[in-house]
Structures are given as structure tokens and as C-alpha cells.
Design a binder for this molecule. Sequence first.
Ligand SMILES: Nc1ncnc2c1ncn2[C@@H]1O[C@H](COP(=O)(O)OP(=O)(O)OP(=O)(O)O)[C@@H](O)[C@H]1O
Length: 322
Amino acid sequence: MANANVMPRHLPLHLLEELTDGFSQDQELGSGAYGKVYRGVYKDGKMIAVKILYDTPGYDDEQFDKEFHNLTILQHENIVQLVGYCHETQRECVQYDGRMVLADVTKRALCLEYMQNGSLDKYLSDESKGHGWNTRYIIIKGICNGLKYLHEELKPPIYHLGLKPANVLLDENMIPKIADFGLSRLFGEEKTQITNSPIGTLGYLPAEYINHNIISNKLDIFSLGVVMIKIIAGPKAYSRSAEMSSEQFIDIVHGNWMNRLKAISEESYFEQVKRCIEIALNCVETDRQKRPTIGNIVNTLNETETLEHDQAPTKGYIINTC
Ligand SMILES: Nc1ncnc2c1ncn2[C@@H]1O[C@H](COP(=O)(O)OP(=O)(O)OP(=O)(O)O)[C@@H](O)[C@H]1O
């Protein structure tokens, strides 16, 4: 369910310290380029994720404000929700040039809804093992719906620019939410831009960015394609796909899924699997004009759901988590 207009609250540092047991190692959930993430637990058992941003030169207040602002306007069931923030400056005794001095230290934190199952990168596996097709499809569809909201439902749109499995979080029902908007940008009229500031993670970035620093909505679509390929066929699948023709890749991956689905009498998903592999490969086309828009992708996915119902009307659409 979408979190309708939840305004993030200011949470004082002393409260965040209390919730995270003094930012203890036991409560650490992970760390990224911009900060460390801790589990915060309220007395009633309710949990939040507290991302303490590093005090990095260059990560100034303007950037904090931008990320904060971008996060506050986002309200969608497939986008991680900002529930609170902290921005406090205090005098602390720090070492400087071999001496102890008093300095102003600013603590900045973004507090997010807690995502029980952590990030998607932990769950990637090839066709033969791990989560079944239904769960993988639910994850793909959720990411696509989240991206459609960012690109086509927001005015002006937001481009994420850092989409990868580590930035997709999963709730207790494996529903995905896109996270980490530190690199994201609001795009006005000019929807394609040349940038000088580095973005993204190699392996998820298209050639037009690597060679010419071009950013557009099609950068996110490329990253989405890589993420989809990895969801469907495992963490090494994108490099596998680059070593063969699209037809060969589709044949192999689809063939493996058909074997797995046949064994559990779920032949009705054959076509949906094939269409998802095709979409993913379209997204990673070198020529960005050939990549679909997120609106096209969601429409195609919706069609595959009708297909599946037509083929197996009595089966329904069951979400399993195996
Ligand atoms: N809301 C959340 N709920 C639960 N776990 C979270 C949440 N946010 C982040 N995490 C955990 O903390 C880890 C670090 O997150 P973070 O967003 O700081 O970095 P990243 O996305 O892994 O890397 P980078 O910022 O460099 O792209 C995640 O991989 C995830 O395991």
C-alpha cells in the first residue's frame, strides 16, 4: 500500500543513539558510498533504518538538502519511504594536526522505513535454484512500477542514476522498493544532459554515459535491464549475455526456466518468462533510442499477466515465496 503523504519528522541525534544502541555494530545493516546504515528499534518493537551520512568534504548541506527534498516528494509503494531526518551540529573534541581541538561537527541522518529482507543483491541466483518465477516476477514488476512513477508520473521526472540490486530493498513479503536517491536528479525541460559529476556503478552504466557523460531516462532503463537479467538468471548473467547473441541467450535461459516450471506444472508462465528476458535485453541495447520507455515496459508486463490468465484461467495469480 502506498504511504499517503507521510511527512518525515525531525529525530534528534540523542534519540537515534538510543534507538540504535549507540550506533552499535550489532545494529549495523550495511554501508555504502554515502554512509552507514543502522537498525533502529523503538520500545514498542517498531523498526526504522538510520543512515548516518559520512562527514565527507563535498557532501555539503546543499547536497543533503537535495537528497532530502527528493526523498520527501516521493510517495509510492515501490519507493522506500523517508520517515525522519536529523541535522545537528555540535562542538566536539577532534584531532587536528596532531593536536586536540574543539570543532563543529555536523551529523546528518536520513531515517527510512525498515525493509525486513534487506537488499536484492543477497537473493540473486541462476535459473536452477533460489526464488521461483513468481517471486522474481513480483520483484521485476515492482521495480518497473517504481521507475514508472519516477519517470512518468512525477512532474518534473526524477532519474535515479544509480539503480542496481544493492539499491533495491525488499520488505517482509519480498515486495521491492527502490532506495538510495543520493545520485538522483530532478529533470526539467532538458531531459538529456551532459554531466561532469560522476554517477552510478560500473556494470550498470551504458556506453553513452561511460564515453560521453550523457545522462537521460535511458540511463535508468539500461541499469534496469542489467538488474532484470540478474534477477532472471543470476549475478553473472549480464556478462554471460554479452558473450553470445540475444537469440542464444534467450534460448538458454528460457529453456532452463521451462524445465524448472514444467517440473512444478507451471507451464502457463513460459511466455511471461520469455517476454521478460526479451524486455531486459532491449533495455541494454547500445543505441539508447532503441531502448523502451518504462511506460512501454509496464504495458508489456501487464499484457503478459493477461496472457498468463488466458492460458491458465483456473490457476489465478499466486505469489509464492519459494
Ligand atoms: N531501509 C532499509 N532497511 C533495511 N536495510 C537497509 C535499508 N537501507 C539500507 N539498508 C542496508 O544497508 C546497506 C547499505 O545501504 P546504502 O544505501 O548505504 O548503500 P548501498 O546502496 O549498498 O551502496 P551505495 O550507497 O554505495 O550505492 C544496504 O545494502 C542494505 O543491506
